[in-house]
Design a protein around this ligand. Structure first.
Ligand code: NDP
Ligand code: 8X3
Length: 253
């Protein structure tokens, strides 16, 4: 059956690939992110290619009022949201804690934790109000259970996503809302460019000598997890490139 899916952070990487995957499956989508021009381009492409309905909501997920206003303003035909994909997020900086930039910490904490909370609260309340037994997918990370040198605050935010996913699974039990945490290792997106504040060469070095995952690999897992029969609850999926075992071990050719 056709679903309505809201994906945060659909302007690039995993979120954009997830929007494409749901549209390809014939589902209607709500795509969000700050870069409205990219969202409009994606909307035009997906409507033309797959004939699905696409709603664009451009806002900064760090602003609670903007999150609530965006959900309140959804047109009638997009209000029965079956799936929320909490994907918007970032790493900013990679240095020892005492050398870290508090502006980077705030960006990560405000986006990866607080933004996820604001949008989840608004969307889950709408699911309950509309009588939808929905599904929340949180994009966590292998950094949600492991901490590597210089990863400090980013890893802490993904540990928080891991804890919140468990908490949501308990709190939404009676509403019949399922919660899946998808926890990738290395995925080549704009992630490292953002982490290194636009230094593309340094970002490329992260993936040199191994084949990383793609946004499409993660999207496939998201769509699969949300396509299971009503009695099946996929709690968690951990995906790494074949050349990566965990946050510490990988092989490069
Ligand atoms: P990208 O940088 O390619 O995409 C990040 C997305 O998040 C963009 O669409 C961006 O949109 C959105 N976003 C960031 N900040 C905000 C904000 N303040 N308000 C609204 N949207 C925002 O990276 P990925 O696709 O790799 O990252 C997606 C998720 O996957 C993140 O949560 C990341 O932590 C997680 N992840 C990534 C891994 C990787 O190796 N790439 C591995 C494990 C997890 P815009 O800038 O237009 O606002
Ligand atoms: C992103 C992957 O290894 O940079 O969550 O933490 S990593």
């Amino acid at each position: 059956m056709k679903k309505t899916v809201l994906i945060t952070g659909a302007t690039s990487g995993i979120g954009e690939a997830t929007a494409r995957a749901y549209a390809a499956a014939g589902d209607n989508i709500i795509i969000t992110g700050r870069r409205g021009d990219r969202l409009q381009t994606l909307k035009a492409e997906l409507k033309a290619t797959y004939g699905v309905e696409v709603c664009v909501a451009a806002f900064d997920i760090r602003e609670q009022a903007m999150c609530e206003a965006a959900i309140e303003a959804l047109p009638e035909k997009f209000r029965k949201i079956d799936v929320l994909v909490n994907n918007a997020g970032l790493a900013a900086g990679l240095e020892h804690l005492n050398e870290g930039n508090p502006a980077d910490w705030n960006a990560m904490i405000d986006t990866n934790i607080k933004g996820l909370l604001y949008i989840s609260r608004a969307v889950v309340n709408l699911m309950v109000q509309e009588g939808v037994r929905g599904h929340v997918v949180n994009i966590g990370s292998i950094a949600g259970t492991q901490v590597y040198e210089n990863g400090n605050v980013y890893c802490a935010t993904k540990h928080a996503v891991h804890a919140l996913s468990q908490g949501m699974r308990i709190d939404f039990l009676r509403s019949g809302i399922r919660v899946t945490e998808i926890r990738p290792g290395m995925v080549e997106t704009e992630f490292s460019i953002v982490r290194f504040h636009g230094d593309k060469e340094r970002a490329d070095g992260v993936y040199r000598g191994l084949q990383p995952l793609t946004g499409a690999d993660i999207a496939e897992a998201v769509v699969w997890a949300t396509s299971q029969p009503a009695h099946v609850h996929i709690n968690e999926i951990v995906l790494t490139p074949t050349a990566q075992a965990d946050s510490f071990y990988n092989v490069r050719g």
